[in-house]
Design a protein around this ligand. Sequence first.
Ligand SMILES: N=CN[C@@H](CCC(=O)O)C(=O)O
Ligand SMILES: [Zn+2]
Length: 442
Amino acid sequence: MSATGANGIPATPGQSRVGNTPSGQTSTRRFAYSRPAGSGSGAASDAVLVTGIGELVTCAGADGTIAVDAAASVAQRLGLLRDAAVVVVDGVVEWVGRAIDAPAADRRIDVDGRAVVPGFVDSHSHLVYAGDRVGEFSARMAGTPYDGGGIGVSVSATRAASDDELRALLQARVAEMRALGTTTVEIKSGYGLSVADEERSLRLAAEFTDEVTFLGAHVVPPEARADRAAYVDLVCGAMLQACAPHARWIDVFCEPASPHAFTEVEARRVLVAGRDAGLELRVHGNQLAAGPGVQLAVEFGAASVDHCTFLSPADVEALVGAAGTTVATLLPGVEFSTRSPYPDARGLLDAGVDVALATDCNPGTCNTASMPFVIALAVREMRMTSAEALVAATVGGARALRRGDIGRIAVGGRADLAVLEAPSYEHLAYRPGMPLARALDL
Ligand SMILES: N=CN[C@@H](CCC(=O)O)C(=O)O
Ligand SMILES: [Zn+2]
């Protein structure tokens, strides 16, 4: 997390909140930053010059997707600068340009020719859980299919954990993400599934991010299976009332192919109730089979429909029509870890759908916090170009969270930078599994 904290991943919980700021344009004006004379050290602005950037990818020209095009055009749309510098004042980008034109600043960080990209925006994760399900993973690798039933195992372990245990687990997971270049993360509940345990999950998640999502409608918990309707009533009633104050978003696992997840009718009730409570909408849909998730998300104007693994032509058409409103968030780490077919990213991009990439980090279907791994999968397995994958992991994630202040390196936006142990962003897919990206501490 950047030093300025809390809309992204804070280094420590409980940092102050920062509102959204609109992204500005790349600036080439020349001036010097310095602390105001006589100001106390606590009150002064802190201007940092990040220089020696061999390749700076600002994503400033990216509008959500990068067309497959001639190299020069891709570079232009990526907002790619060589031998560049960025000036950051109090966590906000104040200047972007050639290093030789850079103004003076209070402090200087020289990245010595490395590439710098926008910090990754991981717009889909389930980090509030205890225990693991490695046995389920091994069984799956031996042929047992995933159906969501294992979520109950994580619910039991999470309910049994103390607040401090869950907080420590969250802190460790968020730190792993930051060490891999992620600067904003969305965190869902969904392993509590009682009023008290969902409320607690969200309260703890809110210590680490503003992008908190209520997922009481993850599965019907084991003790409620005899009366599904009563559980949906609870989610839409007392649970929502207790959880809404901690959350920005509501999500539902709409997957009729799973006996544990929710039908279209049930999901519709959850989305209506969440919207009426003032929450913004997201949907887990079309993960295990073709189904109603995508159409429902589009109908409700949800910010994102996530997974999109099994889509009909009508689903793609609906997503094309919803471009600018509903993002298709692809989670190829899930297909990797469940040995499932990958979503047709190429078809979605070519059709004009807004696409994001995220980890879905969770104990069941994808236990990785690595956005670089997701980018490598997107390029190798889903035929996205490296440029498309980087944009989907930055601008795409920002759009899936309806945020204009992150995902790009632009004047007026948050100074969330990831530095690469590499000369170019293309190394992210070229060197899979290598620790190439880290969030830059300013
Ligand atoms: N599919 C629903 N939820 C998670 C998996 C949760 C779990 O299996 O623990 C997902 O997005 O893949
Ligand atoms: Zn998920």
